[in-house]
Design a binder for this molecule. Structure first.
Ligand code: PTJ
Length: 246
């Protein structure tokens, strides 16, 4: 890790860069992940680098959707594995849902390294892609899934996605919850629920919200109460108004 002082005004952002670079060095994150991270950083800068109300609204809806699902699955790629392994594992625990490795860029051994990384951080188990079960409507490496994981899921949590698989999952009748800093991405538009926030901020809030719902035995919001398009519009309006210099 680099020696950025904690007093640096961009300390948190620079710490995340360190994590992504470390992920690449460890063979967990694809080299393309650096570009994706840079794009995310730019949007985070415009958003103000804090969780905004439109993200909170999506987190509430996502918590209810995931909590009510019969077979939720958490999909893990090379970026999110490097940025937030503990929070992913916590989400798996609060939902009693499996983590499944699913990556876009095929690189020898990376899937295995992501699995080992998650196990090292305390994941009880991690599902791997197989050739036994394949998603329809998609040609990339992301079509290979686990029969007891994404293939069978009714709701898939897919942070930092590349678009194609989100579309395929939706066509297969599954709900998709995503976290994407870009409210204009294809994933953001096609997901059932899009949390426009940095995954490192959104994940702990999502876990907390699911815990609250589990404890309270309260009436959960229904799909009718949530409008993803309107939430994305709020995010875009916020970005277009933002003139904050960080
Ligand atoms: O490990 P792999 O092979 O599956 O590859 C993972 C990446 C992320 C490289 C791959 O899925 C990809 O190329 O994604 P894209 O198409 O670049 O899309 C990534 C999206 O995530 C972009 O819209 C970014 O703005 C957004 N993003 C980047 N970092 C974050 C983020 N969203 C939330 N939190 C972040 N930290």
């Amino acid at each position: 890790m680099s020696d950025v002082p904690k007093t640096h005004p961009r300390y948190l952002s620079l710490t995340l860069r360190d994590k992504i670079v470390e992920g690449v060095e460890q063979g967990i994150t694809s080299i393309h992940g650096l570009i994706a991270h840079g794009r995310g950083e730019a949007f985070d800068y415009l958003i103000g680098e804090v969780t905004q109300p439109f993200a909170i609204e999506a987190i509430h809806a996502a918590a209810a959707m995931l909590r009510l699902s019969n077979h939720p699955v958490i999909s893990v790629n090379g970026n999110v594995a490097a940025l937030a392994p503990e929070a992913l594992i916590e989400l798996g625990q609060v939902l009693n849902a499996p983590l499944e490795v699913n990556i876009f860029h095929t690189e020898t051994g990376r899937e295995k390294k992501i699995r080992e990384h998650l196990l090292k951080h305390g994941a009880p188990d991690v599902l791997m892609p197989t050739t036994e079960a394949q998603l329809s409507y998609i040609d990339s490496n992301r079509k290979f899934v686990h029969p007891e994981g994404i293939f069978r899921a009714d709701v898939v949590f897919v942070p930092l996605e590349d678009g194609d698989r989100c579309e395929a999952l939706r066509k297969m009748g599954k709900d998709v919850v995503t976290v994407d800093l870009n409210p204009m991405s294809r994933t953001a538009k096609q997901a059932s629920i899009t949390i426009v926030d940095n995954v490192v901020r959104a994940l702990p809030l999502l876990c907390e919200e699911i815990r609250k719902l589990s404890a309270a035995d309260m009436e959960m919001p229904t799909r009718k109460d949530y409008d993803n398009e309107a939430v994305l519009k709020s995010a875009l309006q916020h970005i277009s108004r933002s003139g904050n210099g960080n």
